[in-house]
Design a protein around this ligand. Structure first.
Ligand code: NAD
Ligand code: WQD
Length: 332
């Protein structure tokens, strides 16, 4: 089976490409390198021994997607390409709506014209907004509170409409919880430009001495230690979840799955685990809550376990160890 992976040199895309290549899938990769580096291709080759076809193109431009489909036979698309920073999406909403919606619609429109009706889309737990209870199942109400999240919900709705009006479509919406960690080789990982917004890349920069201390955003939430609770999932487990989804794309329809571990972990628990497994200190201060943060959320991923035969296997210690290994191997 030949799979087009958009956003292929990004954090989750690159890990998924490795899992696909290791299982013998034919892959075609595309990325405009707006948030990733061309050197990721060398790392993929070093890990898998394979050098996949790569296009440096913007998939928000329809002609670019057309070129890829006319030059390759594609059976399915995994669509990762998108802008993903919540804060930036509030400053540049039009850019987020344009890039994310244009990419998703260009991919689905061109794919269909070439007879390809299988798409796996990177959605997010952000589509659940602030849930009334946890764990979150796929049928929880959907609402968003920032432009980034709204792009995810809009694309889900566009893809639901695609199937509603043409039942040849086979679309899988994967709602990721909080991916962290790195490939065991230490060659691939989360490497954001500038000062990180997300917890784990911030922690690794503090551990590396590039940032002085971590700000823990609030310790007065109604959680077990007062800090925010999230469902952190190892990026390799998440990547394997895409393979599982691809292998189960036998029936047309729109199939939605949470990909998480089902376990919540607080900010202080992450710091404790990181310090313990890596033997490094993470200085931190408690600061104000970050606006827009939800106190606690974690997935009910039993649907993915039941229907995809997939379950996250790596624990918080593995996530913290591999996140630091990536920095040690590539940066220090
Ligand atoms: P990432 O930024 O590392 O990867 C996205 C890749 O897409 C980047 O390499 C970027 O250069 C590329 N890209 C962006 N716009 C493009 C365009 N128009 N044409 C071609 N390439 C383009 O992000 P990631 O963490 O790997 O996320 C992958 C997907 O998963 C995104 O859609 C993101 O919204 C979604 N997601 C991420 C998280 C998370 O916490 N990392 C959680 C839920 C959902
Ligand atoms: C995790 C916890 C923070 C940084 C975001 C997006 C979401 C999804 C994943 C794409 C929270 C706390 C963080 C710091 C801290 N992305 N924190 N100090 O906010 O759960 O989710 O990324 O779809 O849409 O919103 O992830 O890593 O930013 O925060 O105390 O410097 O760490 O308050 O409790 P979040 P995060």
């Amino acid at each position: 089976m030949a799979v087009l992976i958009t956003g292929a040199t990004g954090y989750i895309g690159s890990h998924t490409v490795v899992e696909l290549l290791n299982r013998g899938y034919e892959t075609v990769l595309v990325d405009n390198l707006s948030n990733s580096d061309i050197s990721v291709l060398d790392k993929i080759e070093e890990i898998t021994g394979k050098r996949p076809v790569f296009y440096e193109l913007d998939v928000a431009i329809r002609e670019n997607v057309e070129r890829i489909f006319s030059e390759n036979h594609i059976d399915a698309v995994i669509h990762f390409a998108g802008l993903k920073a919540v804060g930036e999406s509030c400053k540049l909403p039009s850019l987020y709506y344009y890039n994310n919606i244009a990419s998703a619609t260009a991919v689905s429109d061109v794919a269909a014209r070439h007879g390809c009706f299988k798409i796996i889309f990177s959605s997010s737990a952000t589509v659940y907004g602030e849930p009334e209870t946890v764990p979150i199942t796929e049928d929880f109400p959907l609402h968003t509170s920032n432009p980034y999240g709204t792009t995810k919900l809009l694309i889900e709705n566009i893809y639901r409409d695609a199937y509603a009006y043409d039942n040849r479509w086979n679309i899988t919406l994967l709602r990721y919880f909080n991916p962290i960690g790195s490939h065991e080789s230490g060659l691939l990982g989360d490497d954001p430009n500038g000062i990180p917004n997300n917890l784990m890349p911030y922690i690794t920069r503090v551990a590396a001495g590039q940032l002085e201390k971590l700000s823990v955003f609030g310790n007065d939430y109604p959680t077990r230690d007062g800090t925010g609770v999230r469902d952190y999932i190892h990026v390799v487990d998440l990547a394997i979840g895409h393979v599982a989804a691809l292998e189960r794309m036998t029936e047309t329809g729109v199939h939605t799955f949470n990909l998480g571990t089902g376990k919540g972990c607080s900010v202080l628990e992450i710091i404790e685990a990181f310090e313990r497994v890596n033997g490094v200190k993470i200085p931190y201060v408690i600061t104000e809550r970050r606006s827009g943060d939800v106190p606690e959320y974690y997935a009910d991923s039993s649907k993915a376990e039941r229907e995809l035969g997939w379950k996250a296997e790596r624990d918080i210690d593995d996530m913290c160890r591999s996140a630091w290994n990536f920095i040690v191997r590539t940066k220090k």
